[in-house]
Design a protein around this ligand. Structure first.
Ligand SMILES: [Zn+2]
Length: 191
């Protein structure tokens, strides 16, 4: 490159760098162009959601409604995490809060693989005997330490997911549909 051309380019780059810094923006240099972009746009907090489904039975001890009878639901779970997207061209996850695939691995191993096509019983109630009888007959039983309602399942799901998240990524929100018209919600700010 002609030294004079280089100096001119260097001076130009230096000038727009100062200008972009003054505006709290960052400059991205490409071979034939410069892009000035807002730092805040790249670094602000954002939420991402992944949706899961699983088929699970439950039975509620001492309940006075239909759910006292063992039955199943096609549960639909919304998992929302939040964080700052990675801003690093050398990082394969550049531009992501977290890889959707990583959320899937956590929810699958911690919840879906365990609960899908299983029956949740309240292991802290006389239903423990019912669960043990089913288990002895070869059925997949999950002994919960709580009444397996939509609400308590959400607390459990939240703890399981939180224990596996790392870095600055945190659990923000959960929604668990028991039916199309009935669901519970868990908000990080409430807990
Ligand atoms: Zn139910």
């Amino acid at each position: 490159m002609n030294p004079c051309a280089f100096l001119r380019e260097d001076f130009f780059y230096s000038s727009i760098y100062k200008f972009s810094t003054f505006l709290n923006h960052q400059i991205i240099k490409f071979p034939n162009q410069y892009i000035i972009t807002s730092k805040s746009y790249l670094c602000r907090m954002i939420r991402i959601t992944k949706i899961f489904t699983f088929e699970t039975a439950h039975v509620l001890y001492n309940y006075d409604g239909k759910c006292k009878n063992m039955h199943g639901h096609s549960y639909k779970l919304f998992v929302t995490v939040k964080g700052n997207p990675i801003n690093d061209l050398d990082n394969p996850k550049n531009g992501m809060v977290v890889d959707f695939g990583d959320i899937k691995k956590i929810v699958k191993s911690e919840i879906i693989d365990l609960w899908d096509h299983a029956v949740l019983v309240n292991g802290a109630s006389p239903h423990k005997d019912l669960g043990q009888d089913l288990e002895h007959k070869g059925h997949k039983v999950i002994f919960c330490s709580y009444q397996p309602t939509c609400e308590n399942m959400l607390y459990d799901i939240a703890e399981k997911i939180k224990s596996k998240l790392s870095g600055d990524v945190t659990l923000a929100y959960l929604k668990l549909h028991e039916t199309e018209n009935s669901y519970g919600e868990w908000f990080a700010e409430d807990n």
